[in-house]
Write a protein that binds this ligand. Structure first.
Ligand SMILES: *Cc1c(COP(=O)(O)O)cnc(C)c1O
Length: 390
């Protein structure tokens, strides 16, 4: 039987208007460092409820400048969850810090608050408290930020929200990005994410000084602000490099696409929730654990992951995955626990360190989840999942 098309697990939605906005920039005076980047930053601030925003060329760069702005360096510790994309941990390594992980909660799949508390108590006794905890809102489902915030005050660490999956989500009625319970929140605009700029990212904060520092690190550590310079300015042409920064700038082409995409974000997320509800209903009664829900959290619904309860099923995750791929469903697995990656194993991590994360990994499959998935596609996916479970 020939497969006519494969339904991917994620896909961008690009409108004629999006294309037109990018073409307008191509015909304008500025391809980069023009008016579109600050405009996009302002619009993200209004949408996500933060005071400041720094647009960069990827979510990974946003995580890096966030760590740099918070002063992460050699000898410091950064903690995050093992069930995330490697970038959530790598940002600490870029700064010369050491990485450790907090095992996940088997229900929410985010970092476990109980495990975090225990780990902090132990770390306090051995003087190994983290400088930064990166809280990842896996699949778009917000972490328990209020408790993480309380712990950060008690133990004196900073909090970065890795909201690569969660732009458009809400926690206790406030948009993800309002940074009510964190120092900095980071978004990614990779094409599989909720809105896209091709490659791109944003770091938002309510702290002016952090924002200034992130801007510095985005662009070579160079400033034109006489207030930040040592000594006197030589004249209007003068700039100073006062930190070792990078070229992490977003282009105006990307920002124009982002501005245009942002106009449809709520539509995108509503459609994602509709698809999730259909999956919840159509797959009820099957041996699959579905994404957690709670009334005080509105998920960005970036991914729809199911966990196969192998003991109650007649199949394994591997067989189910192969069956779905064979049926033209572009399923995926998010994520391979970071501590089991060879690069991290070389630091001493080993299989068995974070059992809940490893159990999750052995059961997880991401079903297709993107706004252009049609009702017919949903039925195709559901039919294929049911078949794979026989
Ligand atoms: C996508 C992603 C990133 C990195 O974003 P890029 O824009 O691809 O650099 C970081 N963390 C998580 C959880 C992600 O899903």
């Amino acid at each position: 039987m020939a497969i006519e098309k494969t339904i991917p697990y994620g896909r961008q939605n690009i409108s004629d208007e999006d294309i037109q906005r990018v073409v307008e920039v191509l015909k304008s005076d500025y391809l980069t460092q023009g008016p579109m980047v600050p405009e996009f930053e302002n619009q993200i601030c209004s949408y996500a409820g933060s005071k400041y925003a720094t647009a960069v060329n990827s979510g990974t760069s946003a995580l890096h400048i966030a760590c740099l702005a918070l002063g992460l360096g050699k000898g410091d510790w950064l903690w995050t969850t093992p069930i995330t994309f490697v970038a959530s941990a790598n940002c600490g390594l870029y700064c010369g810090a050491k990485i450790d992980f907090i095992d996940i909660d088997p229900e929410t799949w985010n970092l476990s608050i109980e495990k975090l508390k225990l780990k902090l108590e132990a770390a306090e006794n051995s003087n190994r408290l983290p400088k930064i905890v990166v809280a990842v809102h896996l699949c778009g489902y917000p972490c328990d930020m209020e408790i993480i915030h309380e712990l950060s005050k008690q133990y004196g660490f900073h909090v970065i929200e890795d909201a690569s999956h969660a732009v458009g989500g809400k926690y206790k009625g406030e948009p993800i990005g309002s940074c009510q319970f964190s120092d900095i929140t980071v978004f990614s605009f990779h094409p599989v994410k909720t809105i896209t700029t091709g490659e791109g990212g944003m770091a938002v904060t309510n702290d002016r000084e952090l924002s200034t520092r992130m801007e510095l690190f985005r662009s070579h550590g160079i400033t034109r602000d006489p207030m930040l310079m040592t000594g006197k300015t030589h004249g209007p042409w003068y700039y100073q490099q006062i930190e070792l920064g990078y070229n992490y700038r977003m282009t105006d082409l990307q920002a124009a696409l982002g501005i245009s995409q942002l106009r449809r974000i709520d539509e995108f997320i509503a459609r994602r929730h509709y698809i999730a509800k259909r999956y919840d209903e159509e797959l009820a009664g099957y041996p699959l654990q579905k994404p957690h829900r709670s009334s005080d959290k509105y998920s960005g619904m970036h991914l729809y992951v199911v966990r196969l309860k192998e003991k109650q099923a007649n199949t394994t995750r591997h067989e189910m995955f192969d069956s779905l791929r064979k049926q033209g469903i572009g399923v995926n697995v998010h994520y391979i626990p970071v501590h089991t990656q060879p690069y991290y194993k070389k630091m001493g991590f080993t299989f068995g360190d974070f059992p809940e994360a490893e159990q999750y990994y052995s059961e997880a499959i991401s079903l297709p989840m993107f706004p252009d998935l049609t009702d017919e596609d949903i039925e195709t996916v559901v039919g294929a999942v049911r078949k794979s479970l026989k």
